[in-house]
Each structure stands twice: as C-alpha cells, then as structure tokens.
Design a protein around this ligand. Structure first.
Ligand SMILES: NC(=O)c1ccc[n+]([C@@H]2O[C@H](COP(=O)([O-])OP(=O)(O)OC[C@H]3O[C@@H](n4cnc5c(N)ncnc54)[C@H](O)[C@@H]3O)[C@@H](O)[C@H]2O)c1
Length: 267
C-alpha cells in the first residue's frame, strides 16, 4: 500500500498512469499535483474523480512553497514526475516556461525529497535528450545532445536528478522513453493532430519529406514500464524505454471517392 505523488497527472501520460495504478493497485493512494496548463485537462480523469483513493491538487511544481506544502501535508512514499512543458514547437517560441517547469520544477521536487524523504523518485524524461540518430540505437550511455529548448530543459532536469542521486544519495530513477501514442493526448501532437485534421479534411503539417523515423510506444506500455521500475528499478540508474517499432512520418492521403480519408501515418 503506497501513497504516490504524481505530478502532471492531468496530462497525456500522467492521466493514463493514474488510471493504470488505481486499477492495478486499488489499495494505493494517488495524489495528482498539476498546474493545469493548456495541456492539462481534468476531463482526462473524469471516470476516477470520485475514487476515494484519488486526490487532485492544483499547483505549480516551479513554486517551491507549493511543492513543500504538498510534501508536508501528504508525505508521499514515492513520486513520479510527469509535469513538464512538452511541445518542441512551443519551446522554440517560449523557452522560459520550459526552463521553469522542467528545470526549476524538478529542482523543487528534488529539494522536497531531500527534506522529507521518499522511497523512490521517478523522473520521466524523453529520448530526445540524446538528439538525432544517424544510425543504430541510443543506449543509456549515449551522450546528451539536445537539439531544442524542450530537450535541453529536460536534459537539465535529468542532470539535476543524477547529481542529487550522486551527491545526496536520493533514490532517483530517470527514464528516457520514445514517442508515445494513445488516448488523452493533447491534439497538438503528431497522431491526434493528424487524425483531427484529416477527419475534418484539413491539411496536415509534415516536416521535410516525411522521411524522419520515430519509434512509437503505446502509452499503457509506458505506464507498465514505470510500474515495473517503481518496484524493481535500481536507484541511481537511468533506463531507456522503447518498443522497437520504428516508422516513418510520411503520409498518404486519398480524399476520393466518398470522400474517404485514408491516412497511412507510417510505412
Ligand atoms: N508524450 C510523449 O510522447 C513522451 C515521450 C517520452 C517522454 N515524455 C515525457 O513524459 C512527460 C509527460 O509527457 P506528456 O506527453 O504526458 O505531457 P503533457 O504535455 O500531455 O502533460 C503535461 C502535464 O504537466 C502539467 N504541468 C505543466 N507544467 C506544470 C507545472 N509547472 N506544475 C505542475 N504541472 C504542470 C500540465 O498541466 C499537464 O497536465 C514529460 O516529461 C515528457 O517529456 C513524453
């Protein structure tokens, strides 16, 4: 029986994770701390809002007082940090929000754990910290080569996590996952954006010739990987999470006849 603090639980992966945990471990309690930015939506958790083992707190992890207060009054056993600014294009327009949440927010969580203690802290990060691949696969030893303010701010948060593990012995696990897909994703991201645009017969934005290759992971597989690491992961380690399923971004659209939209997102 654990008390789990999930930050950013009203977003895409966080809301799937909360639902997953409450279903699999009905004895556990989940506290969801979320600022409710444009990407956070409490409707993502409508079906569990009445669950006695679930509590929502609206708050910003970039505010030290808020974070300390949440720890002081709730004393979580473990923390899983999904709270982040996550959209690459937005990070190019407004990097400040990314630095605040992904770096200062992570720092505040680490400081709170240093003060109050938890059995584990899982920093949810992205394989984008490794940059672009020409060939082969990233490993946990690959160097950080972030290419956008988004991936740079995530890398900054990850490095702080590593340092708090090495310096203060905090029980930190860092995960670097590939692109996720599934329900409750904000429709600015590739798959929901393409589906919503195509269903309204609108154009879809494809960078370059669409030949970029991405690896895709179903969101509940991501949740089960985090569940596994919460129970079996080794503190002080970082883990890459993937599916092995790589697809090109290229699309084929056939608006005729009917008009039927046939979108092959991958080949
Ligand atoms: N979506 C993916 O494909 C993917 C892949 C690998 C890793 N990740 C990582 O997983 C994590 C979650 O991604 P997502 O796609 O679910 O993101 P999302 O954008 O859907 O959700 C982010 C959530 O964090 C909340 N939030 C933002 N700033 C906050 C703050 N300062 N304080 C409290 N809450 C705040 C938002 O309100 C939202 O609910 C991120 O760290 C991301 O880097 C995502």
């Amino acid at each position: 029986m654990s008390k789990i603090l999930v930050t950013g639980g009203a977003g895409f992966i966080g809301s799937n994770f909360i639902r997953y945990i409450l279903k699999k471990y009905p004895e556990d309690t989940v506290i969801n701390l979320d600022k409710l930015t444009y990407a956070g939506n409490l409707n993502n958790l409508k079906d569990i809002e009445g669950n006695a083992n679930y509590k929502f707190i609206k708050g910003d992890i970039a505010e030290e007082r808020t974070v300390k207060k949440v720890f002081r009054f709730n004393r979580p056993d473990v923390v899983v940090n999904y709270a982040a600014e996550t959209h690459v294009d937005r990070s190019i327009i407004d990097p400040a929000a990314f630095v605040k949440t992904d770096i200062i927010g992570t720092y505040n969580l680490l400081e709170a754990i240093k003060e109050f203690g938890t059995a584990k802290y899982v920093q949810i990060s992205t394989d984008e910290v490794y940059g672009s691949l020409k060939s082969g696969k990233f490993t946990e030893e690959s160097p950080f080569e972030p290419n956008s303010p988004y991936s740079a701010s995530k890398a900054g948060g990850d490095l702080l996590c590593r340092s708090y593990s090495k310096t203060y012995g905090l029980p930190v696990i860092i995960t670097h996952a590939v692109n996720c897909y599934g329900p409750y994703q904000y429709p600015e991201k590739l798959i929901p954006l393409f589906i919503t645009n195509l269903s309204e017969s609108k154009k879809v934005p494809v960078y370059g010739n669409g030949a970029n290759v991405r690896e895709w992971l179903y969101v509940l597989d991501h949740c089960s990987a985090i569940d596994f690491l919460l129970h079996k992961g080794e503190s002080g380690q970082s883990y890459n999470i993937g599916s092995g399923v790589e697809k090109q971004n290229s699309i084929t659209i056939d608006l005729q006849p009917n008009p039927m939209i046939c979108a092959t997102l991958w080949r």
